[in-house]
Ligand binder design. Structure first.
Ligand code: NAD
Length: 487
């Protein structure tokens, strides 16, 4: 069989040092792969390419379908886009897998017994980066959560649990506030959970859920989160294991995957040869499992565990062991790789040896087709800008504006809170007013021209400017928008 070709990006800062060390260990363990090197990151950015990646690099990743990537430095300012976000979204790497495992007492941590895998949705949520200045006072960022996105990530989480013998998945969301977006995320999670009765499924609201996760991580097995919460949670968990230098990660799509450490390029340590290559090496272990070389993954992981047990560590962990008065041998990046290579074939004696199953096959999601569902247009939110200190003034004007139309003003809200009719004088008001109109006759379905007509009438009013609209639908007979606070 032809060797698996893997695209390698050596990265910036400490990247080349830790990549060279990781590849040396994987090769010494007998990894049956060929490496194709690409240039991405700082050099490419500074050559004028604001995405940090050129055509040849894209071609190599698309052809090999596996990218092993060291951290890169994003130059500050100048409109440079995050290479990671670009790669994840362009190639559909929707699943961010981050295992957080403690290795106490060999790596000091306040959380011995922690063994949590976070699956973070990688493409959606506030990371769509759709932001607008709406009025001089008000900015907005759109949170996009889609049904296909939820189905893919939930399916991945359950398939991962099945493949790696995990027993429970906890979904963390804020669906008491974001009933539609986070509500969809957790709803789809439970829909998919029904197909995996052997895996326990539960959920927590993110705030108390995170508090519990940080207080007692040993009580959790796998955690599934939308993008933003997952971004915050995985850095916290990574550090809780003892060092960001040991936290690996994978970004996985249906056909392509990227493996990388969760940490950055640590530019202050670049060129000194002292960085910890463990996070990247362990990302390489995840890669070996996924490409079907589980024996190699096992061999490397167990040798790494033995190295850690023997107290052979880089400066980041040496500092911690010293503070605890433990014995250790401090080595540099290359010497650490040598120490792992020397122990290939050995297993840890105190920590649990790693066993990887041969056939880890993650099943692709078959997406539910919801595109033909019935959407009835029953109203519209017309967002306006206006310099008013009294909601009644703008409210009365907008009620009057609808008189000759088939629509009626139901309410106005300011920052989500209903302020008209019957607002409270104590409420702080901005220059941003959401005006909710429904069809005058309940049950009537509106047309687009009813909305443009209403917008045109509002545009003629003194001191009020239309900013944008959001349609109010019933989806298959159910309200498909949130009520205003106090509506
Ligand atoms: P960082 O992760 O590079 O460094 C944070 C801290 O952790 C520093 O004290 C650093 O010395 C230490 N550290 C990180 N990796 C280590 C290792 N392997 N061994 C020992 N110590 C290690 O984060 P930062 O300083 O915020 O970012 C530096 C650069 O990295 C920035 O340009 C940022 O954009 C980039 N970055 C890249 C990625 C990526 O490519 N995936 C991720 C995060 C940050």
């Amino acid at each position: 069989m032809a060797k698996q070709r893997i695209t390698v990006a050596k990265g910036d800062g400490i990247g080349p040092e830790i990549m060279e060390a990781s590849i040396r260990v994987l090769e010494a363990a007998g990894a049956d792969v060929e490496w194709d090197y690409i240039e991405v990151g700082e050099k490419v950015y500074l050559s004028g390419n604001t995405s940090g990646i050129g055509k040849e690099a894209w071609d190599s990743i698309k052809k090999n379908k596996v990218l092993f990537k060291a951290p890169i430095t994003t130059p500050q300012g100048g409109g440079y886009k995050s290479l990671n976000v670009t790669i994840r979204k362009t190639l559909g790497l929707y699943s961010n897998v981050r295992p957080s495992l403690s290795y106490a007492p060999f790596i000091p941590t306040r959380y011995p017994g922690m063994d949590v895998v976070v699956i973070r949705e990688n493409e959606e949520d506030l990371y769509a980066g759709i932001e607008h200045q709406q009025t001089p006072e008000v900015t907005q960022c759109l949170k996009i959560i889609t049904r296909p996105g939820c189905e893919k990530i939930s399916r991945y989480a359950f398939e991962y649990a099945k493949a790696f013998g995990r027993k429970r998945i906890t979904c963390m969301i804020k669906d008491n506030i974001m009933k539609l977006t986070d509500g969809l995320f957790v709803k789809v999670f439970y829909e998919i959970a029904k197909e995996y009765p052997e895996i326990q499924a539960d959920d927590w609201i993110i705030d108390i859920g995170m508090a519990k996760l940080v207080d007692a991580p040993q009580d959790f097995d796998m955690v599934l989160m939308p993008n933003l919460y997952g971004d915050v949670a995985t850095d916290i968990l990574g550090l809780m294991t003892g060092s960001v230098g040991i936290a690996p990660g994978a970004n996985v799509g249906d056909d392509i995957a990227m493996y990388e450490a969760i940490h950055g390029s640590a530019p202050r340590h670049a060129g000194k040869g002292i960085a910890n290559p463990s996070a990247l090496l362990l990302s390489g272990v995840m890669m070996m499992v996924d490409i079907g070389q589980a024996r190699i993954a096992e061999k490397v992981h167990n040798a790494w565990l033995k190295t850690i047990e023997d107290g052979v560590v880089t400066y980041d962990l040496a500092r911690k062991l010293k503070a605890e008065g433990r014995e250790y041998t401090e080595v540099n990046t290359e010497e650490f790789a040598d120490a792992v290579i020397e122990r290939l074939g050995q297993k840890p004696t105190v920590l649990a040896p790693k066993v990887y199953g041969d056939a880890v096959k993650i099943k692709k999601a078959v997406l539910t087709d919801v595109r033909s569902q019935q959407m009835d247009l029953i109203g519209v939110d017309i967002f306006t800008r206006g310099d008013f200190n009294d909601a009644k003034v703008i409210g009365d004007a907008l009620v009057n504006a609808a008189q000759e139309t088939g629509m009626r003003l139901k309410m106005i809200s300011n920052r989500g809170l209903k302020v008209y009719p019957n607002g409270h004088p104590e409420t702080f008001l901005t220059d941003h007013w959401r005006c909710r109109y429904y069809a005058k006759n309940q049950g009537d379905i509106l047309k687009n021209e009813d909305i443009t007509n209403m917008m045109n009438i509002i545009s003629t009013l003194d001191g009020i400017e239309v900013i944008k609209t959001e349609n109010l639908y019933k989806l298959e007979g159910e309200l498909a928008y949130s009520l205003g606070q106090g509506e």
